[in-house]
Write a protein that binds this ligand. Structure first.
Ligand SMILES: Nc1ncnc2c1ncn2[C@@H]1O[C@H](COP(=O)(O)OP(=O)(O)OP(=O)(O)O)[C@@H](O)[C@H]1O
Ligand SMILES: [Mg+2]
Length: 467
């Protein structure tokens, strides 16, 4: 009997030391099976064709029938009737015509001449498919659809690959198909959609949005997303950090949020406490704020007073309720901090730095469920400057200086997934990336620009003059 732990070798199999290599036997598929498979594919293609392209098949069939039975005049008559019918459709229902006809033609065109044509080289070069020979292992395009701003390419993945493989190659895919960006949407098991915008929908500034009639503090409209839908910012139940170099447009995010809250400020169910060390950003709308501070000492006093009120409220709620509903008695309090690093890193007085850091840490770690939120702006996201950034659950990355700062703000892997905040054009202030709870893929957004005139109008209507 062999001793335990002694490797046993079969006397019949050669050992690697003898220099013989073991290779998997190659079993050739019989020709008849290959032929049957091709016939099956052809039959399936012909049978499903009328269901996949009904208008195309009907048009070809009717053209052929008109030519067969009525000769050339019949064919010409059919096409003339089709042209008149299209014209009538276009004049009567222009929207539905534009949606159906030009976008479908465009989708077909882009499918054939852009995506199918470049699919294999782009995927192979970007490392998403094995080699030019192995077509079996090439992810398959299922369908291409177009709307007014983007192409959507539905893809079936090959077994063994995951949507993350695509998410980390979005830059290569965008370049490969000459799109400004690419986003990966997971549709289901082994199914994804690649979204390629055809042009930059955020290139033009957005005017200040209309003040909503009813305020939803969990979804304040502050700008638009790349697909044209509203960018809704959650403030109640979270804290938000907005990072970006000087001139990136942090002010527009802050002001858009304040603007969207105005009716709640008016009814007293929400308050904004503003800290404005630069005295440039928020002083203009001072009349809208329940508290305002522009010096280090005053700022710490405001922060510590917020902590005190928060703890008082928490003590009242203890054992009675676990969440906060904004009311005039217990309003939602938003502490807005412009250039938070001034207080936590740059202020010359060590005591001010320490006390502000403590107050911000207490507010961000305990304020969420009792109706206190912090909205902070920051130029430099490095740890030496702002070591509290992880206490902010939601973050917005506007234009940043360095690629390494993207993941500092949006979390690990955000840059790989296409959040190129360091490449944002300096002529596009207010453009940035956010991560939504629903998807790990970052979204490109642009904040609406609230001008000085807008702020004046806001303070005229909603402001309260100091006594
Ligand atoms: N959303 C926007 N759309 C268009 N233009 C904008 C937008 N936001 C800002 N701008 C323009 O960019 C300029 C700088 O913006 P802003 O003052 O908000 O930058 P910032 O990030 O707050 O910079 P700083 O850190 O120096 O305060 C503004 O004066 C305005 O002209
Ligand atoms: Mg600013």
């Amino acid at each position: 009997m062999a001793k335990v732990g002694t490797p046993q070798t079969s006397p019949t199999l050669p050992t690697p030391a003898q220099g013989v290599r073991w290779t998997t036997p190659i079993v050739e598929t019989p020709g008849i099976v290959v032929l049957a498979s091709w016939i099956w594919r052809l039959t399936r293609f012909l049978v499903t064709l009328p269901f996949r392209f009904p208008v195309l098949v009907a048009t070809v069939a009717v053209s052929f029938a008109a030519w067969w039975w009525l000769d050339w005049p019949g064919l010409a008559g059919f096409w003339a009737t089709a042209a008149v019918a299209s014209l009538v459709w276009w004049r009567t229902w222009p929207d539905s015509y534009r949606r159906c006809v030009p976008l479908r033609v465009l989708a077909w065109w882009r499918h054939v001449f852009v995506y199918r044509r470049h699919w294999q080289p782009v995927l192979v070069i970007s490392g998403l498919a094995e080699s030019y020979q192995e077509r079996r292992y090439l992810p398959r395009i299922r369908r291409v659809t177009c709307d007014t701003w983007a192409d959507r390419v539905r893809v079936s993945l090959v077994a063994g690959t995951s949507p993350t493989d695509f998410e980390t190659r979005v830059a290569e895919l965008a370049h490969g198909f000459q799109a400004p960006s690419c986003r990966v949407v997971v549709d289901g098991p082994r199914r994804i959609t690649l979204e390629f915008p055809r042009h930059d929908t955020l290139a033009d500034p957005i005017d200040a949005l209309d003040i909503p009639d009813a305020v939803d503090l969990a979804a304040l409209p502050v700008g638009i997303r790349e697909d044209g839908s509203p960018w809704l910012l959650r403030l109640h139940g979270t804290h938000v950090l907005v990072a970006g170099v000087t001139g990136a447009g942090k002010g527009s995010v802050i002001w858009s949020a304040v603007r969207a809250m105005l009716p709640a400020i008016d009814t007293g169910t929400a308050q904004v406490w503003a800290i404005d060390p630069k005295r440039m950003e928020l002083s203009y709308g001072r009349a809208l704020f329940a508290q305002y501070a522009d010096t280090g000492e005053a700022a710490v006093a405001v922060l510590e007073s917020a902590v005190e009120q928060m703890q008082h409220r928490a003590a009242r709620y203890a054992g009675k309720r676990r969440s906060h509903t904004p009311t005039a008695e217990d309003p939602f309090v938003l502490v807005v901090l412009d250039e938070v690093a001034f207080l936590t890193a740059y202020h010359p007085d060590r005591d001010i730095r320490k006390r502000s850091e403590n107050a911000i840490a207490t507010l961000t770690s305990q304020g969420r469920s009792v109706g206190f939120a912090v909205l902070a702006a920051l130029q430099d996201p490095r740890k030496e400057v702002m070591n509290l950034r992880n206490l902010f659950p939601d973050k917005v990355a506007l234009r940043l200086d360095e690629a390494s700062q993207v993941d500092m703000i949006l979390g690990e892997g955000a840059r790989d997934r296409g959040a190129n905040a360091h490449l944002i054009d300096p002529t596009l202030p207010g453009v940035g990336y956010v991560r939504m709870e629903t998807s790990p893929a970052p979204l490109r957004v642009r904040a609406a620009y609230v001008s000085d005139d807008n702020i004046t109008a806001m303070t005229d209507v909603y402001g309260v003059e100091e006594a």
